[in-house]
Ligand binder design. Structure first.
Ligand code: CP
Length: 306
C-alpha cells in the first residue's frame, strides 16, 4: 500500500506516468467515469480549504466513487481531543482512501503509520503540499511542454508557503532548472531549502527583492499569497501582505510566452486586471488539479483502466 506524503515519494518515472494518465483523463473523461464505482474517499480537513478538498471530492465523483469527511477540526471529534492516529484507524473502517489536511507538520505522516488505507497529505502546516505540486507539474508540462530548461520565478511568501517548498523539491530532479526567488528579506526561503536542497544539489538560483528586476527572464512566474495563518504577529502580516502586486504594467516586462501560476487563493498579489491576460494560467491550474487527483486516486487504489 502506497501513501503520498511528499512529491519525492514518487520517482521521476512514476511522476511521468501519473501526469500522462492525468492528460489521458483530461482527453477521455468518459473512459474513467466508472473506474472507482463502490470506492469511497474520506476528506479529513483540520484546516480550511476550497480547492484541495473540493477538487479531491470532484475527482472521486468523476471516477464514479463516493465521498465522505469533515471540513474543519471543530466539526470532528478532534474538538473532543481525539488523536489523528485514532481518527485514521476509524476512517480506515469507513473509506478506501483518505486525503488529510492538518495545521501540524507531519500529522498526515503520523496518520499513515496507523492507517490501513492509502493516506494523501493534502497540506501539513508550512511543510509540504504534494498534490498542489502534482497540479503545478501537470500545468507546467501541459502549458510549457516540458519540465526542464526553465527559469522559474517564485514570488511572495517563500518562508511559509508550503506549495513553494514542495515545488522546489520536485523540480530540482529535472535538468537545467533555475530558480529566481523573489521575496522580502523576512519571507525568504528557509535556510534548509537554500542549503540542503538548492546548494547541495548545485541548483542555480538567485534571490531578489523587486519583481520588476526579475520579470524579463522568467519562463514561469509562480505567485504566492502571504500566509496570514502562519504569522505570530498581526502587525508583521499587515506590513508584508501587499508587498507584491502583479499588475498589467509589470506583465508588460515579461516574455510573450511566460505563464503566471498561483496555487490560489489569492488576496491582493495578482490584480484582477491580469486575469484576462492569456498568460494568466491560475484558473486553468485549478482545473488541472482535478485531473491529477483523479490520476492519483487511481494510482494509489491500483485501479487499471483499459
Ligand atoms: N491551493 C490550495 O491548497 O487551495 P485551498 O487552500 O483552497 O485548498
Amino acid at each position: 500500500m502506497q501513501h503520498l506524503m511528499s512529491p519525492l515519494d514518487l520517482s521521476v518515472e512514476e511522476l511521468d506516468k501519473l501526469l500522462t494518465l492525468a492528460n489521458d483523463i483530461e482527453k477521455n473523461p468518459r473512459k474513467y467515469a466508472h473506474a472507482c464505482e463502490g470506492k469511497k474517499l474520506a476528506t479529513c480537513f483540520y484546516e480550511p480549504s476550497t480547492r484541495t478538498r473540493l477538487s479531491f471530492e470532484a475527482a472521486m465523483l468523476n471516477l464514479g466513487g463516493s465521498v465522505l469527511g469533515f471540513s474543519s477540526a471543530d466539526s470532528s471529534s478532534a474538538a473532543k481531543g481525539e488523536s489523528v492516529s485514532d481518527t485514521i484507524r476509524v476512517i480506515s473502517c469507513y473509506a478506501d482512501i483518505c486525503a488529510m489536511r492538518h495545521p501540524k507538520e507531519g500529522a498526515p505522516l503520523v496518520a499513515s503509520e496507523k492507517s490501513t488505507i492509502p493516506v494523501i497529505n493534502a497540506g501539513d502546516g508550512g511543510h509540504q503540499h504534494p498534490t498542489q505540486t502534482l497540479t503545478d507539474l501537470l500545468t507546467i508540462r501541459s502549458l510549457k511542454g516540458r519540465l526542464h530548461n526553465l527559469n522559474i520565478g517564485l514570488c511572495g511568501d517563500l518562508k511559509f508557503g508550503r506549495t513553494v517548498h514542495s515545488l522546489i523539491h520536485a523540480l530540482i530532479r529535472y535538468p537545467n532548472i533555475k530558480f529566481t526567488l523573489i521575496s522580502p528579506e523576512e519571507l525568504r526561503v528557509p535556510s534548509y531549502i537554500r542549503e540542503d536542497v538548492l546548494h547541495k544539489n548545485n541548483v542555480p538560483f538567485c534571490e531578489v527583492e523587486r519583481l520588476e528586476d526579475a520579470m524579463a527572464d522568467l519562463d514561469i512566474l509562480y505567485m504566492t499569497r502571504v500566509q496570514k495563518e502562519r504569522f505570530f504577529n498581526e502587525d508583521d502580516y499587515v506590513r508584508m501582505k501587499d508587498f507584491y502586486i502583479l499588475n498589467k504594467k509589470k506583465m508588460s516586462l515579461a516574455k510573450e510566452d511566460m505563464i503566471v501560476m498561483h496555487p490560489l487563493p489569492r488576496v491582493n498579489e495578482i490584480s484582477v486586471e491580469v486575469d484576462d491576460d492569456p498568460r494568466a494560467a491560475y484558473f486553468q491550474q485549478a482545473q488541472y488539479g482535478v485531473y491529477v487527483r483523479m490520476a492519483l486516486i487511481l494510482t494509489l487504489l491500483e485501479v487499471e483502466v483499459c
